[in-house]
Write a protein that binds this ligand. Structure first.
Ligand code: PLP
Length: 412
C-alpha cells in the first residue's frame, strides 16, 4: 500500500528516522579504547529518564521480559514472598514469571480496568509483622487495559506500614512517556524496554536498581548468569559489557535520548497527555467506553476501547490493517475480542493520532459498529485545538462566541 503505515500498537512504536539513521552503522570493536565514549554517557542519560541520581542503570540485550527476570534473579531467593496485583495480561505474565522462578507470590486479584490499590497493600504489609514479604510488584502502566496506577501512593502505603519490602515497578509502557520518578518514589527495581517510549526497536531490557536493590543482590539466592548485575557492574564501570553488546541499539539509544532531551522530558509527558486526551475525546464521541473504569486509571500511553456486544474487536483490528494500513492493538487474554487498543506513545503528533482515529472510525463502521464517521476525529481536533489555543493564550471559537453572545451557546 502506498504511503506510510500507521503503527498504533502500544509497542513497538514508531522509530524516528533520525534513530533509524543512527542505527545504520558498521560493526566495530566493542573492546576498543574509544567504545566507552559511546556507552558511559548512555548510563548517565538513562538515569535522567528514570529520574534517578542514586540508581544504577543496566542495559541488557533483551526485551522487557528479560529486564523483569534480571530484577527478580538479582535481588530475591527461592521461596521469597512477594506481593503483586493482577489486573491485566502484563501484570499476569510478570506474576507467572515470579512463580516460575520459585517465588511465593501473594496475588491481589483486581478487576481488569482498574489498577493497584495502595490501601490493600498497606493493610497486608501492616499485618506482615515478621517482614516475610520481600518485595511489592506494581505495574505502573498496564498496557493490556490502558490503566496507569499511582506508584507514589504505593510507596506511601509501604512507608505507612513501615515495611522494608523492595518496590519492583514495571515501567515498560510508561518510562520515557509518562512521568516516572524512581528516586522520589524510592523504586528499587524500575523496569523498562526499548520499544515503547524510548522509540527504538525491541532489543534492550533496561533496569534501574536502587542502592537497596544492589545491596540485596549480594545475598540473593536465585541463580543468574546472563542477567547478573555483578558482571555488568564490573564491565560497565569502564564502559564495557560482559558480552557482545547490541551495537546498533546503543547508537539508536544515544539518538533517541538526544531527541527526548531536545524536546524536554516534561514536554514529552505533556504531549502524551494531550494526545491521550484526544483519543479519549474520540472514544466518548463514538459513544464507547474505555476499558479503564474511571478517569483516575486512564493511561496517557494506551487506550483500550470496549466494543459493543456482538462485535469482535479482532474484526475492527483486521479491517483497519487490511483496508487502511493501520495497526491497532489486540485485546489480550480476558479481554480478547472485547477491546481494541490505540497505542498513543512515542514519536507521535496530533495529526498522526487524528489519522489513527479516522482509520479506527472507518474500521468500526465497516464491521457494523454504529459510529458517526468524523465524530471521533472532530472531537479529537477540538481537543487538540483547545490545547494549542490555551498554550498560545488565544480564545477558542467557543470563547470568542461567548464574548459576543453571552446569552447563547455555539452549536457544533
Ligand atoms: N510489561 C509491560 C507493561 C508491557 O507492555 C510489556 C510488553 O508489551 C512487557 C512488560 C513485556 O515486554 P517485552 O515484550 O519487551 O518482553
Amino acid at each position: 500500500m502506498a504511503g506510510r503505515h500507521f503503527l498504533f500498537v502500544p509497542g513497538p512504536t514508531n522509530v524516528p528516522d533520525r534513530v533509524l539513521r543512527a542505527m545504520l552503522v558498521a560493526m566495530e570493536d566493542h573492546r576498543s579504547s574509544k567504545f566507552p565514549e559511546l556507552t558511559l554517557p548512555l548510563f548517565q542519560d538513562l538515569k535522567k529518564v528514570f529520574k534517578s541520581t542514586d540508581g544504577q542503570v543496566f542495559i541488557f540485550p533483551s526485551s522487557g521480559t528479560g529486564a523483569w527476570e534480571a530484577g527478580f534473579s538479582n535481588t530475591l531467593s527461592p521461596g521469597d514472598k512477594v506481593l503483586a496485583s493482577r489486573f491485566g495480561q502484563f501484570s499476569h505474565l510478570w506474576i507467572d514469571m515470579a512463580q516460575r522462578l520459585g517465588l511465593d507470590v501473594q496475588v491481589l486479584e483486581e478487576e481488569w480496568g482498574t489498577g493497584v490499590k495502595p490501601e490493600k497493600i498497606e493493610e497486608i504489609l501492616r499485618a506482615d509483622k515478621a517482614h516475610a514479604i520481600k518485595g511489592v510488584m506494581a505495574v505502573h502502566n498496564e498496557t493490556a487495559t490502558g490503566v496507569t496506577s499511582d506508584i507514589g501512593a504505593v510507596r506511601k502505603a509501604i512507608d505507612a506500614a513501615n515495611h522494608p519490602a523492595l518496590l519492583f515497578v514495571d515501567g515498560v509502557s510508561s518510562i520515557g512517556s509518562l512521568d516516572f520518578r524512581t528516586d522520589e518514589w524510592r523504586v528499587d527495581l524500575a523496569i523498562a524496554g526499548s520499544q515503547k517510549g524510548l522509540m527504538l526497536p525491541a532489543g534492550l531490557g533496561i533496569v534501574c536498581a536502587s542502592p537497596r536493590a544492589l545491596e540485596a543482590s549480594k545475598t540473593a539466592g536465585l541463580k543468574r548468569v546472563f542477567f547478573d548485575f555483578n558482571d555488568m557492574i564490573k564491565a560497565n564501570a569502564t564502559g564495557y559489557f560482559p558480552y557482545t553488546p547490541a551495537l546498533p541499539m546503543l547508537y539508536g539509544l544515544r539518538e533517541s535520548l538526544k531527541i527526548l532531551f531536545e524536546e524536554k522530558l516534561e514536554h514529552v509527558f505533556e504531549r502524551h497527555h494531550v494526545l491521550a486526551g484526544g483519543v479519549r475525546a474520540a472514544v466518548k464521541a463514538w459513544g464507547l467506553k474505555p476499558c479503564a473504569t474511571e478517569p483516575k486509571w486512564y493511561s496517557d500511553t494506551v487506550t483500550a476501547i470496549v466494543v459493543p456486544p456482538g462485535i469482535n474487536g479482532a474484526d475492527v483490528i483486521d479491517a483497519a490493517y487490511r483496508r487502511y494500513n493501520l495497526s491497532l492493538g489486540a485485546g489480550l487474554s480476558q479481554v480478547a475480542g472485547k477491546v481494541f487498543r490505540i497505542g498513543h506513545l512515542g514519536d507521535l503528533n496530533d495529526l498522526m493520532v487524528l489519522g489513527a482515529i479516522g482509520g479506527a472510525e472507518m474500521a468500526m463502521a465497516d464491521v457494523g459498529i454504529d459510529v458517526k464517521l468524523g465524530s471521533g476525529v472532530g472531537a479529537a481536533q477540538a481537543h487538540f485545538r483547545a490545547h494549542v489555543m490555551a498554550k498560545e493564550k488565544k480564545p477558542t471559537e467557543q470563547e470568542r462566541f461567548a464574548e459576543v453572545h453571552p446569552e447563547g451557546v455555539l452549536n457544533d
